[in-house]
Design a protein around this ligand. Structure first.
Ligand code: UT7
Length: 314
């Protein structure tokens, strides 16, 4: 596919929300035939958060991002909500979130599975190039509703949460230097959830393809940004499995220590995982003005997306 470089927008701030209820691996040992040791060794997950609604978590994360940015909520032109677990089939959960926040703007859901937040971020930069000034991009999920809690191959992974970012028009060239989006629908059966059913996954097939898709999306976006992997200060990957991130970093030649990881405490929150990992790095002081960040995700579909941005936010 062909992509063209875009400019003129920057990410100002990030915010997050997690449900209060913590489900540990030891809790799961009481529900299915598994062990804390197996889950940690195979995925890196120690505990996850469960509860709430997609709209409620999204609104909470968005409120934090808005407050941190200092922008007037009335000046937000568009709300993009990346989710695979909307509150309802119709209307878009983005409209519910808009009402919860008291915004008057365009609102839409975007489903690109776990790559959704990066797709939303790239789309927001495009909308700004076409004239919008401020866009709220959210990734929010309540995957616990779609999880079969008797299936040990999936219930140990998925969880709930939300992350949000404010994207603002800027006079300069903007923070997005390279991006890439992709999908391989031939792999649809490897990870899906039918209406009124639960998530079904062929874990190993997803694992292998995820590593390749992450590497490909990252390389394409780095190429567009004209940057080599060693110019990246922080990798913000989709949090599906520590081993997937380790393998992807190795293939890219980026030290794993440069990756922001929250999976041990959040599990896999699909669209929410990248903003959760970004905010975690930001609160730890790992994100500073001028740093080059590589946001990279993959998911059902099999979608993938990457964005190289230079941090110019708060
Ligand atoms: O957001 C994107 C979506 N998903 C992903 O990215 C998931 C990608 N895949 C993965 O992360 C990994 O494939 C899993 C963590 C899901 C599984 O790890 P694995 O190393 O690929 O394990 P496996 O599926 O090959 O299973 C190995 C063994 C099997 O037993 P046998 O056949 O060797 O006797 C499984 O039945 O582990 C068994 N097993 C478990 N054992 C204890 C599967 N799930 C569990 C479990 N506890 N929860």
């Amino acid at each position: 596919m062909t992509s063209t470089a875009i400019s003129g927008a920057r990410m100002l701030s990030v915010g997050t929300a997690l449900p209060d209820k913590v489900v540990t691996n030891h809790d799961l040992e009481q529900m299915v035939d598994t062990s804390h040791q197996w889950i940690v060794e195979r995925s890196g997950i120690h505990e996850r958060r469960i509860g709430g609604s997609t709209s409620g978590l999204a609104a909470e994360a968005a409120q934090m991002a808005i407050e941190r940015s200092g922008v007037d909520p009335a000046s937000i032109d568009l709300l993009i909500l990346a989710t695979t677990s909307p509150d309802r089939q119709v209307p878009a959960t983005a409209s519910t979130v808009q009402e919860l926040l008291g915004l008057r703007c365009g609102a839409m859901d975007l489903n690109a599975a776990c790559s959704g937040f990066v797709y939303g971020l790239i789309a927001a930069h495009g909308f700004i190039q076409m004239g919008h000034s401020r866009i709220l991009v959210i990734g929010a999920e309540t995957l616990s509703r779609l999880t079969d809690w008797t299936d040990r191959s999936t219930c140990i992974l998925f969880a709930d949460g939300a992350g949000a970012a404010i994207i603002e028009k800027t006079d300069g060239p903007g923070d997005l230097h390279g991006w890439h989006v992709d999908s391989n629908g031939a792999l649809e059966e490897a990870l899906f959830c039918d209406f009124d059913d639960k998530i079904q996954m062929a874990g190993q097939a997803i694992f292998k393809n995820a590593v390749l898709a992450m590497e490909n999306a990252a390389r394409k976006s780095l190429e567009m940004a004209n940057l080599s992997p060693d110019a990246i200060d922080l990798v913000v990957p989709h949090q599906a499995n520590v081993r997937i991130v380790e393998a992807s970093c190795k293939r890219l030649g980026i030290p794993y220590e440069k990756a922001s990881m929250v999976i041990h405490k959040t599990g896999n929150t699909s669209s929410a995982s990248i903003p959760l990992a970004l905010e975690d790095a930001w609160t730890q002081g790992r994100v500073n003005k001028g740093d080059n960040l590589l946001l990279v995700g993959f998911g059902a579909g099999m979608t993938s997306a990457a964005a190289v941005i230079t941090w110019d936010g708060i």
